[in-house]
Design a binder for this molecule. Structure first.
Ligand SMILES: Cc1cc2nc3c(=O)[nH]c(=O)nc-3n(C[C@H](O)[C@H](O)[C@H](O)COP(=O)(O)O)c2cc1C
Length: 368
């Protein structure tokens, strides 16, 4: 099997991918995950029609920092011509490392217009889209697929072969059908079947929640790389844990409460710095606050407060107060001190270089 069609620093044997996730895998989160060991990241899916029309909201999804690379821009749509035009525009204007095509999105609004997993009802259309995108860009083209539209049409091997034959240079499989949505468990044996059937790298995706899961997916499927979505929510350090598991090293434990909150605050700061409207950025960050505080002592009460926060200062004070209530010292001061570490959206190495006050984060982070 050939390697990935783009360069990955350090050439890891099993590269770890942060999954495209609408409303989650935005630039600040992508950078954080890169810091914690994700080797490759993708943008959330971006509408080809929106790109072609120059829609302002759509093009905002295309923004990324150079230190996120290697990065793929993921596009979706059912019109091969628009998909090709979008790929050409993306190549010209933002030059990502690859262009990924979404054949997996199960959301009604997208499927209704034959986009995302809607395309899987017509493999001829899948081929035309991949070919059109491949002809329109000099960048490598990749595809992210589900196992089929429904149980009756379930055939991940056929779908992956169609993508490969039409020019895709890597395929990621989330082995559920559109009809499954997120129910049941991902059928990893389908990843193994696709690995055997195609000559391009296959990235396994679905239900990786721990470092051990990543190891097990590699062992059971022989996939080239591993993509993680939900497991990273409020836990970007999962990449670090996965890397250790894949390397057969001791898997770092979960960070302690103060470390977890510091990582959360840093993520929030970067999110606010990235968006034009800081209040909106904090409101949209509330979901991350919910995830970062999952399973923490007295978490329910804490989340009730966090779901109402309006600004960054309030995020810091609510989290700092919670640390104090839990008897974690230094708590608030550390959070404030932490604010001074690295410019928001500054280089990722800021955190690792920050010294003993963030020693656990440094231990969790990669050497990158
Ligand atoms: C909130 C959310 C948004 C998602 N958005 C996208 C998307 O934009 N493009 C895509 O290909 N998949 C998207 N997915 C699917 C994930 O990339 C992934 O295939 C799926 O969640 C299974 O992986 P997991 O078990 O690691 O979560 C999304 C998933 C979630 C939970």
């Amino acid at each position: 099997m050939n390697g990935l069609p783009f360069e990955v620093p350090g050439a890891p044997e099993t590269p770890l991918f942060l999954a495209p996730q609408a409303g989650v895998s935005e630039s600040p989160f992508r950078r954080l995950c890169r810091h914690f060991g994700a080797d490759v990241v993708l943008t959330e899916f971006v509408s080809a029609e929106g790109i072609v029309r120059g829609n302002e909201r759509t093009t905002a999804y295309l923004r990324f920092h150079d230190d996120e690379r290697p990065l793929g821009v993921q596009i979706f749509g059912a019109d091969p011509v628009a998909m090709g035009e979008a790929a050409a525009l993306v190549t010209e204007t933002c030059e990502p490392d690859f262009v990924d095509i979404n054949f997996g999105c199960p959301v009604k609004k997208v499927v209704k217009r034959n986009g995302g997993s809607g395309c899987l009802r017509d493999l001829g259309l899948v081929a035309r889209i991949v070919r059109s995108v491949d002809e329109a860009t000099r960048l490598p083209v990749t595809a992210k697929i589900r196992s089929g539209f429904d149980e009756a049409s379930r055939d991940p091997v056929a779908i992956a072969r169609v993508c490969q034959d039409a020019g895709a240079r890597m395929v990621t499989l989330h082995p559920r059908t559109r009809a499954d949505m997120y129910s049941g468990t991902a059928r990893w044996e389908e990843i193994a079947a696709v690995v055997k059937a195609v000559g391009i790298p296959v990235i396994g995706n679905g239900d990786v929640r721990t470092g051990q899961d990543a190891r097990r997916m590699k062992d059971e499927t022989g996939c080239f790389g591993i993509m993680i979505a939900r497991g990273s929510h409020g836990a970007p350090w999962l990449f670090r844990q996965s890397r250790a598991a894949l390397d057969g090293r001791h898997i770092p434990g979960e960070p302690d409460l103060a470390t977890r909150f510091r990582i959360c605050v840093r993520h929030a700061e970067n999110a606010v710095a990235f968006e034009d409207d800081p209040d909106k950025a904090v409101r949209e960050f509330r979901k991350h606050l919910g995830w970062y505080t999952k399973g923490v002592p007295e978490g329910r009460r804490l989340r009730q407060r966090l779901f109402r926060v309006e600004g960054l200062g309030e995020v810091r004070s609510v989290l700092g107060e919670h640390l104090r209530r839990q008897g974690v010292f230094p708590g608030v001061d550390e959070l404030y001190r932490y604010r001074g570490i690295g410019a928001p959206n500054g280089p990722n190495r800021d955190l690792a270089a920050a010294g003993s006050s963030v020693s656990q984060e440094s231990a969790l982070a990669t050497d990158r």
